[in-house]
Design a protein around this ligand. Structure first.
Ligand code: ZN
Length: 472
């Protein structure tokens, strides 16, 4: 066999920035080796001998620094996936000078991914204090929902069904679509968290029977963090409270999306599989510049699955943790029609670039006075019609973990080329990964596996870690 040869060599002094960029933009590449011949070298002019290769000069534009900065620091009110746009700019440059093969951030057979989540701040009217019940009743009356106001008051006095306990309704809705979601539960009752106003506290105990019903039914249960984002001890304790009940790996989303620069590392060290806090309370969009799960700097294992669209951001009045200064701030307060337009913009980006549109609809938002459940149902219905993979965060994270483990090699032969995949897990179901080969269908004679013409997408299967592409 001929020596494996990467077509792209990279020289850069921040390995994390390069490695993470090429986890999102999954193509064959290697660290620059002066004894190898390349089509393209990515480096700063003057630091390498290009020997005829095309140079992507990082002095002109430092893609790696820019991408690593956005992923780890985030952007306020960002309405386009700027990391994906940077990657696409690099992709177009590389395509002109070499043959790119790429594993896109979308499984075979799907156009993009939607992850469904529910934060559980409230589980019943009864547990809430009179002041918050009174405020909800007032909001109902203002909207003319007299019957709902009566039901809420009744439930607070122990009469009739509790309208704020919507678990069964959510489960029915998702069962009808054949999809499952992730539920983030507060780990402790009556705790606002250090430095937070008292209103941040929840007033329910973790309910082992409810959690068992959810996990037995295929739903995922995670931690709605209180202090895990800043305190290493709390991070472990909150994780254990939930994982003791689920017996499974646990991810987290922090209540009110509280977060700081050290949070990822603490969550990673405590053993959380993922975090899904990085998003906006008062907006919709791309705080991390991408919809792809990624590894924040300094983390061994944890992936961030950015939060993209939440009910409160679209329809809410005010948030306690605005994306401008972390204080009180206004949400978008959109009509349903305006909200659907904003969501359509996001879904169009997902179709173009792939990745995961993570949705957050709060447990109680199905009920009056909010009644945002129908909008969620329409969104999920639309995703399914778009041939989207709709899943829990856990399942999505697992898929991206498998994609991350793979290294692509590329070897040109006399009558075509060989694509080799290393690191595909033994016995794991790799059937839903795919590779883009940007060749016109007419130039291909045969590929040793299932493929689709057009963009030419090759299906990766477990048995198939090496694929030969024969050209005409
Ligand atoms: Zn919350």
């Amino acid at each position: 066999m001929a020596e494996q040869r990467a077509l792209i060599g990279v020289k850069y002094d921040d390995p994390y920035a390069v490695e993470e960029t090429f986890q999102l933009f999954k193509i064959p590449w290697e660290w620059y080796d002066p004894s190898h011949a390349y089509d393209v070298v990515i480096a700063r002019r003057g630091e390498v001998e290009t020997a005829g290769a095309f140079l992507v000069d990082l002095l002109e534009k430092d893609y790696f620094a820019e991408i690593a900065r956005i992923l780890n620091e985030g952007l306020p009110h960002c309405h386009e996936p700027v990391v994906e746009i940077l990657i696409d700019e690099l992709r177009q440059v590389l395509k002109e000078h070499t043959l790119l093969v790429e594993i896109p951030p979308v499984p075979w057979g799907y156009s993009y991914i939607v992850a469904l989540t529910h934060d559980v701040d409230i589980t019943s009217v009864r547990e809430r204090r009179w002041v918050s019940v009174g405020y909800a009743v007032y909001q109902c009356l203002r909207k003319g929902m007299v019957k709902d106001a009566t039901c809420i008051l009744g439930a607070k006095c122990g009469i009739g069904e509790d309208p704020w306990r919507c678990f069964e309704e959510w489960m029915r809705l998702e069962e009808d679509f054949g999809v499952r979601s992730t539920w983030f539960f507060l780990p402790e009752k009556g705790m606002a968290g250090e430095g937070a106003p008292a209103i941040r506290a929840g007033y329910y105990d973790l309910d082992p029977a409810l959690i068992k019903t959810l996990t037995d039914g295929g739903w995922e249960v995670g931690v709605h963090g209180l202090d895990n984002w800043w305190d290493a001890g709390a991070a472990q304790d909150e994780l254990r409270r939930v994982s003791d009940l689920t017996g499974a790996e646990v991810g987290t989303r922090v209540h009110w999306l509280l977060f700081d620069a050290g949070s990822w590392k603490k969550l990673d060290e405590a053993g959380y599989a993922y975090d899904s806090t990085f998003g906006y309370n008062d907006d919709v969009g791309f705080r991390a510049g991408t919809m792809q799960p990624y590894r924040p700097r300094g983390c061994e294992r944890l992936l961030e699955v950015p939060l993209i669209i939440q009910d409160g951001g679209l329809f809410g009045g005010k948030t306690w943790n605005s994306s401008d200064d972390g204080g009180r701030g206004a949400c978008l307060r959109l009509s349903e029609e305006e909200a659907m337009e904003r969501c359509d913009e996001v879904l169009a980006y997902a179709k173009q670039y792939g990745g995961v549109v993570t949705l957050l609809w709060h447990q109680v938002s199905m009920a009056a006075p909010k009644k945002w459940g129908e909008f969620y149902r329409v969104l999920v219905e639309r995703a399914i019609a778009d041939e989207v993979w709709v899943a829990s965060v856990e399942d999505v994270t697992r898929w991206f973990e498998r994609r991350r483990k793979i290294t692509l090699y590329f070897d040109i032969r006399e009558n075509g080329f060989v694509i080799q995949l290393n690191g595909a897990e033994e016995g794991s179901d790799m059937a839903n990964l795919k590779i883009f080969v940007p060749l016109h269908g007419s130039s291909i004679q045969n590929i040793g596996t299932e493929y689709q013409l057009g963009n030419t997408i090759v299906k990766i299967t477990g048995e198939n870690d090496k694929m030969s592409v024969y050209l005409q």
